[in-house]
Design a protein around this ligand. Sequence first.
Ligand SMILES: [Fe+2]
Length: 330
Amino acid sequence: MTQAPEIRSSSSFEPGASAGSAAADPATKAQLFDYRQAANPVRHGLTEPIPYHQWGPDLHSSGPSRVIPLDLSQELGTAGPSTSPALAAHFLRIEAGEGLPASANATSSLFFVLEGRGLCRRRAEGPSPAVSLSWQAGDLFVLPAGGAALLEAETSSVLYWVHDGPLLHHLGATASEPRFQATHYAGTWLRQELEALAADPSSANSNRLSLLLANRDLPASRTVTHTLWAMFGMVPAGAVQAPHRHQSVALDLIVDCDPGCHTLVGTELDADGAIRNPTRIDWQAGGAFVTPPGHWHAHVNASGRKALLLPIQDAGLHTYLRSLDIRFAG
Ligand SMILES: [Fe+2]
C-alpha cells in the first residue's frame, strides 16, 4: 500500500518583510502575499500579458510537408508551443501524395483548409469513434478528443490548425472523453450562406457580415466546440467597423483580402468611441495574427474588394465560464 505523503507545517515562518516579498513557511511550499502585491499578477515578469503578433503566408507558401507552430511560448512564459495561454495555432503544409499526422492532447482540434484537397483519417480509440472525411479548400472541420489524425493531401495543401492542448497542459489533464462528434463544414456551404447573408436587405447598412459556426451537440453555447469559437466573416469594401472587445483571445486567420485591409487594436477608447493610439495590423491573405483578450479592435477594409476572415477564439470556454464579457463601442 502506498503511504500518503506527510503534510508538514512549521512554527518558524519567514516574514514577508518588504514590498514584493512573500511571507513563507520554510517547511512547505506555502507563501502569503500582501494582497496589493498579488491581486493582479498579469504583468511583465509574472503572468506575461498576451502580445500582439502576426505571421505571414510566406511561412507556409513553399517547402516540405511539415507542422509550423505559431509559437509565442517564450513571450507567454508557457511550456510547449502555444499561441495563447489556452490555444495553439499552426499552419500545416502537406505536399501532394504525402500525409502528415496532427496529434495533440486536446479536447478540440479545428482545421481550416486554405489550399488543396485531401482526406482526414483517425482510428477509433476508446470512446472516440473512427473519423474519415474528405476536405478541400474553404472547408472547416473539428475533431474531439481522440487519437492522432492523419491528413493525406491529394494536391499540395495548406491548413490552419488550432487546438486547446495548452489549456490541457496547464490543467495537468488528459483529454479522453469526446464532447461532440467530428463535424465538417463544407466551404461551398459557408460561402453560399455568407453570400445569402450579404444579399439580405437587412444587411444593407451592416459592416459586419458573419456566420457563427455551431454544433447541434452544443446547443447552449452556439459555438463550434465546447472550448473553441469560430466565425466566418466578410468585411465589405469600404467598411469601417465600430470597435468591440471580449475576454476571449482571437487567433485570426485572413482567408482572402487585398492590400488596405487592417485591424486597429488598443486598450482604450477615446471620448468619441474610437480606439486611442491604436496599433495597426495589416492583413495578408493566408496570414494570421493575435488579438489579445480585453483589447478593443475594429476591422477596416480600405481596399476595393470584400475580404474574408476566420477568427478562432477560446470563447466556447469563456461562454461556459460566463466570462466572455463582449462589449461594443457606443
Ligand atoms: Fe473580436
